[in-house]
Design a protein around this ligand. Structure first.
Ligand code: NAD
Length: 491
């Protein structure tokens, strides 16, 4: 079985680490590859950091218009290979082929947005801040940047950072999730075709040891992390204590409110897609659904119907809406949370436990689950489940619902379904979340906007994507200049 190599200094090289863990197809437990995992991955990370530091010396002075040229080529290469990449995403991550291709398209859109870096990097200039004195601000690269990625979007999430870091004049190290390293292996085969300076973009495998090296080495200046909240908090604290710039995106628990004036059928359709898309393994998956007043009965009926219509199965099979969850441990964790909810008094309207998919009996499948009368202070309502589970709540007013939304520790997304502009305005103004959806179920910012988590969903200041990424991957330098008239020479 193949042990995955690292891509360091422009070459594919074997890890110093002998220990490995399996990369597993969650639909059938087939072992797809082995990925280096253990203490010696620190040595791999050290090599990648040195290579990136060396590459930086020249790259930072390459004109920005030339720095974006490889991105145009990379976009084309990914587009040409999107079918193969999407199939890889499905094989190692489980989601449906359509979801995998859509995820990669979001990655491409970030490459396209980063191609605007020459304009986005334009500086500010003030003439005569005092007589004969001009002042301006330039943005310079921050240095060696590292990204630590989660399992749930193996194709998209590295591109929230990589193209911007590169276009801004930095070098880059990617540590993909050990659960889904194959997608980026394919993408790095394409990156290898770009004729970039050696060491400019590197890929290292591993887990905590490898990450800690990236967090501790003084040559690394910026860390972009996406993953669960406990790890995001740790990454932020350790990276910041070492003087690095850190953006750490964490977990979520996303509420959706349905007003009595909402279009119930439209809302149910969109909410079911939000809860069950990617088998609920999205940081923007809707989870707690709050029906206001007497809309409860209608929305409940519509949601149960939509949930029942979802086809669960192997993501490469035709007509499948929902694949498995990532690991067997994850499946049993989700089943335990449902059981805990029931123990706390919840009623099960639709039970997705004990799912069995013909031909994939060993896969980590759950089918859509809906709970109601869930304890407000219980685990189901307050824990990120990261599985295809919906909790249905009923409240009296938008005010009560917004209080509930704002009592949550997370703040990744909150959505409202309504036909009233006034309700929409109140909600957008008062909800404590960084991404707001009005009649939208997955309020995922397009590449030109920041991915704006709040509270325990984000640690740091500048988010991924768009203009925020340009600011994150550069440091400002303010120059004040005086050129006295007396020095004017005649030629
Ligand atoms: P995770 O936190 O388990 O792992 C993320 C990365 O951190 C992996 O590369 C892993 O190797 C590394 N890691 C894990 N434990 C570590 C430790 N103790 N020290 C150092 N590094 C460590 O997350 P996951 O399970 O891969 O991803 C799912 C989570 O990511 C969910 O909570 C989801 O909400 C979140 N997520 C958030 C966003 C967002 O934008 N806020 C987007 C996608 C996913």
């Amino acid at each position: 079985m193949e042990v995955l190599k690292n891509y360091i200094n422009g070459s594919w090289i074997e890890s110093k680490e002998q220990g490995t863990i399996d990369v597993v197809n969650p639909a059938n437990q087939e072992v797809l590859a082995k990925v280096p995992y253990g203490e010696k991955t620190v040595e791999d990370a050290a090599m990648a950091i040195d290579a990136a530091a060396e590459a930086l010396k020249e790259w930072r002075n390459v004109p920005v218009m030339r720095r974006v040229q490889p991105l145009y080529k990379l976009k084309t290469l990914i587009e040409e290979n999107i079918d193969e990449i999407a199939k890889l995403i499905t094989l190692e991550c489980g989601k449906s082929y359509a979801e995998s291709a859509a995820e990669m398209q979001r990655g491409i859109e970030n490459i396209e947005t980063a191609c605007a870096t020459p304009t986005l990097l334009q500086s500010e200039f003030s003439e005569n801040v005092a007589t004969g004195i001009d002042e301006f601000m330039i943005r310079q690269p921050i240095g060696v940047c590292a990204c630590i990625a989660p399992f749930n979007f193996p194709g998209m999430i590295p591109f929230w950072f990589l193209p911007y870091a590169l276009a801004c004049g930095n070098s880059f190290i990617l540590k993909p999730s050990e659960k889904v390293p194959l997608t980026m292996m394919k993408v790095f085969e394409l990156i290898d075709q770009l004729d970039l300076p050696k060491g400019l973009i590197n890929l290292v495998h591993g887990g905590k040891e490898c990450v800690d090296k990236l967090l501790d080495d003084p040559q690394v200046k910026a860390i972009s992390f996406v993953g669960s909240t406990p790890v995001a908090r740790y990454i932020y604290q350790r990276g910041a204590a070492n003087g690095k710039r850190v953006q750490a995106q964490g977990g979520a628990k996303n509420p959706v409110i349905v007003m009595p004036d909402a279009d119930v059928d439209m809302a149910a359709n969109i909410i079911a897609d939000s809860v069950y898309g990617c088998a609920g393994q999205r940081c923007l998956a809707a989870s707690n659904i709050i029906a206001i007043g007497d809309t409860n009965g209608a929305i409940k009926e519509a949601l149960v119907e939509k949930a029942k219509s979802k086809v669960t199965g192997f993501g490469l099979d035709e007509g499948v809406d929902m694949g498995p969850v990532i690991t067997a441990e994850s499946k049993s964790r989700i089943e335990n949370i449902i059981a805990q909810g029931v123990a706390e008094g919840a009623e099960v309207l639709l039970d997705g436990r004990n799912a069995s998919i013909s031909g994939f009996e060993h896969g980590n499948f759950l089918t859509p689950t809906i709970l109601e009368n869930v304890a407000l202070d219980g685990e189901v309502i307050n824990t990120e489940i990261f599985g295809p589970v919906m909790s249905l709540l009923n409240m009296d007013s938008i005010e009560q619902a917004v209080d509930f939304v704002n009592s949550n520790n997370f703040g990744n997304m909150a959505c409202l379904f309504t036909s009233s502009g006034r309700n929409a305005r109140t909600f957008r103004n008062q909800a404590n979340a960084g991404n707001i959806g009005i009649n939208i179920g997955v309020a995922a910012p397009m590449a030109q906007f920041p991915f704006s988590g709040w509270n325990d969903s984000f640690f740091g200041d500048l988010h991924g994507q768009g203009r925020h990424a340009i600011e994150f991957f550069t440091q400002t330098k303010v120059v004040i200049e005086r050129w006295p008239k007396e020095w004017t020479r005649k030629f």
